[in-house]
Design a protein around this ligand. Structure first.
Ligand SMILES: *[C@@H]1O[C@H](CO)[C@@H](O)[C@H](O)[C@H]1NC(C)=O
Ligand SMILES: *[C@@H]1O[C@H](CO)[C@@H](O)[C@H](O)[C@H]1NC(C)=O
Ligand SMILES: *[C@@H]1O[C@H](CO)[C@@H](O)[C@H](O)[C@H]1NC(C)=O
Ligand SMILES: *[C@@H]1O[C@H](CO)[C@@H](O)[C@H](O)[C@H]1NC(C)=O
Length: 383
């Protein structure tokens, strides 16, 4: 995948370059904070996070009838505790927030109390509305739909306006929001649902068009509410995750092509949609970057050793073939060398994968293909 966009360059040179970037930037996980000797300096006022389990930091724990994730989820989180993240530690929302100078993702919206909301109501830090299981379509999953997540954000904004206006002065809520990062990572669950329904490839075009029209609706809603900087994460190559590999006899050595093609086809349209929406004036004043989890996972799958991984097919936590036939439950077995695994459970990356992915979409030169048309760092530096 990556080699397509950089076909003119020598493959091994690219590999060295990518590894260098990953290593160098990885060592400086929080450059903004480090520069001032402890005092946090942020590249944006706040981060608002939307989407699915790739960026959920605990909202689902507050849904009635939803049983909270238990250890070993969170085993590598500070104090080794489950937080509702679908990871052994931090996830992509955390690492993007860290690269912006924050300590981790803003808190889960449903966890907020008056005490933890003070900064947020001043337009600072942000909040995380993401919900594992949800999709671009309201019909996907039975957790917090993206439509509902945006309604929750509208609620937050109304409270911010009331709060900031009562204090008078500047900057205004809209100024703060226009500089903040709106991070959206979504679409994988819509595709899992499509695959589960055994729908034929012939139905993909109409499925894509539903996804794109709904994605457009969500982007327009966020724009109306003041969002201007969109950091969008595309859909990973779903055929490479352990729970999909295990459906194929050669899953140990090969990703499942059909599932990858479904995700890749959508991602191409998503980039085209974003280019069209911004060029046509549908999102005045907006800038965006599409970070490619597809490119990241494809790269890591093809070059495990260069990226420091030993295992990129099997899950760390689970049971059976590829550790993906049974779930990552409290009694499941899990690997001890978690930084050497790409996948934590049957579908989600380890903390190590999230870190490498966030660094790549944030900082890697765009010619490497991890973000387009600019990377996240350029997105938050644009005026
Ligand atoms: C999809 O196909 C599989 C295997 O061919 C079958 O086991 C499953 O029941 C089918 N699912 C649906 C929703 O038709
Ligand atoms: C969203 O997708 C649904 C299918 O789930 C489709 O029926 C509907 O037309 C789409 N909505 C919009 C606003 O495009
Ligand atoms: C973007 O615009 C081009 C040119 O009008 C069109 O061919 C393409 O289908 C559009 N892409 C999407 C996803 O709507
Ligand atoms: C582990 O626990 C689950 C329920 O959480 C149960 O269904 C499963 O059989 C258990 N597996 C083993 C190997 O004990």
């Amino acid at each position: 995948m990556i080699t397509v966009s950089i076909a003119s360059l020598n493959k091994s040179v690219i590999m060295v370059l990518v590894v260098l970037v990953l290593v160098c930037v990885g060592l400086l996980a929080s450059p903004a904070a480090a520069a001032t000797g402890g005092e946090e300096v942020h590249l944006v006022p706040a981060v608002y996070v939307f989407g699915d389990s790739t960026v959920d930091v605990g909202n689902n724990q507050y849904l009635p009838g939803n049983s909270a994730l238990q250890l070993p989820y969170g085993i590598d989180f500070p104090h080794s505790r489950p937080t509702g993240r679908f990871s052994n530690g931090y996830n992509v929302a955390d690492f993007v927030a860290k690269l912006l100078g924050f300590k981790r993702s803003p808190p889960a919206y449903l966890s907020l109390t008056p005490e933890t909301s003070r900064q947020i109501l001043r337009g600072l830090r942000g909040a995380n509305y993401a919900s594992g299981g949800s999709g671009i379509l309201d019909t996907t999953g039975n957790t917090i739909t993206l439509t509902k997540q945006i309604e929750y954000f509208a609620d937050t904004k109304a409270k911010m306006v009331a709060n900031v206006d009562s204090q008078g002065g500047s900057p205004s809520v809209d100024e703060l929001l226009s500089k903040s990062l709106f991070l959206i990572s979504d679409g994988g669950n819509d595709m899992f649902a499509f695959l589960k329904q055994n729908r034929s490839a012939m139905e993909a075009p109409s499925f894509y068009s539903d996804l794109l029209s709904n994605y457009t609706r969500h982007l327009l809603a966020l724009h109306r509410l003041g969002a201007r900087r969109f950091g969008i994460v595309d859909v990973p190559p779903l055929g490479c995750v352990p729970s999909v590999r295990v459906t194929s006899p050669d899953g140990e050595s090969h990703c499942v092509d059909g599932a990858n093609a479904l995700a890749g086809g959508f991602n191409d349209l998503l980039r085209s949609l974003m280019a069209n929406l911004t060029a046509s004036g549908a999102l005045p004043g907006a800038t965006y970057s599409v970070g490619s989890s597809y490119a990241v996972v494809s790269y890591l799958t093809a070059h495990p050793a260069a990226a420091g991984f030993r295992e990129v097919a099997a899950a760390c936590c689970g049971g059976g073939r590829l550790n993906a036939e049974t779930g990552c439950t409290p009694n499941a077995t899990y690997c001890s060398d978690r930084d050497e695994y790409m996948f934590w459970d049957g579908v989600h990356g380890t903390q190590a994968t999230s870190r490498k992915g966030a660094v790549a979409i944030f900082s890697a030169p765009t010619k490497m293909g991890f973000a387009a048309p600019i990377n996240f760092k350029q997105l938050v530096s644009s005026s």
